[in-house]
Design a protein. Structure first.
Length: 220
């Protein structure tokens, strides 16, 4: 399986099986209001699968994590990509359909939310990290699906092999049956010949019995 990488508008886009993992900057609605966010679209996945990986990603930033009504957050986080300054991160799934899941991430740097115009270095660094998160999540999801489908295929192959064995056994039985039928037909022909011979013997013996019986009647 091959993955084609393309650069679009300064953010990387991964094309997987004619589907794209895309990142864009846009406002998204969070509990704290509408915030500037990095919006990530992950193909070939489900909201449950992405949600679990999303929680793991937030935990990897350090800090204290929490969740409420589908929104996940981490406070006082610190990762080298964002520099020495601590930040609060927020993430939530904003759309999930047709095998594509869209996740919004926003970052409170302490008085200001992360934007590409005001925090270019941090924004690009976090975009790269989230792209890697999306790529890995999509790959894991497809890999899980591949394992499931490979198991189905393996089951089908086993069933096919079993059917082949049944067919071979039935064909062997047919060969045996044909042989037995041929033997039975030969025995029937022999039986007919034996019956004809036996009838002649009976007829001859009846004549003998009749002759002996005649002798018995002649004795006075």
């Amino acid at each position: 399986m091959k993955f084609l990488f393309t650069i679009l508008t300064g953010l990387s886009v991964l094309q997987v099986y004619s589907q794209e993992i895309s990142l864009k900057e846009s406002n998204a609605s969070f509990a704290a209001g509408s915030k500037n966010a990095i919006i990530v679209t992950i193909p070939y996945s489900t909201s449950d699968f992405v949600e679990k990986r999303m929680k793991d990603e937030l935990k990897s930033w350090g800090g204290k994590t929490s969740s409420s009504k589908g929104e996940y957050s981490t406070s006082q986080s610190q990762i080298k990509e964002m520099g020495e300054k601590m930040f609060d991160g927020y993430a939530k799934i904003i759309n999930s359909k047709d095998g594509n899941v869209t996740v919004a991430f926003c970052f409170d740097l302490g008085g200001a939310y992360l934007t590409s115009s005001e925090h270019k270095i941090q924004f690009n660094a976090m975009s790269a990290r989230l792209k890697a998160f999306a790529v890995n999540t999509s790959k894991e999801s497809v890999s899980d699906e591949l394992k499931k489908q490979e198991k189905v295929l393996k089951d089908h192959v086993k069933e096919s092999e079993s059917l082949d064995k049944d067919k071979a056994s039935l064909e062997s039985n047919i060969t045996d049956y044909k042989k037995k039928i041929e033997e039975a037909l030969a025995k029937i022909e022999q039986n007919k010949a034996d019956q004809s011979k036996k009838k002649e013997e009976i007829k001859a013996q009846e004549a003998v019995v009749s002759g002996v019986n005649k002798k018995l009647g002649e004795i006075k």
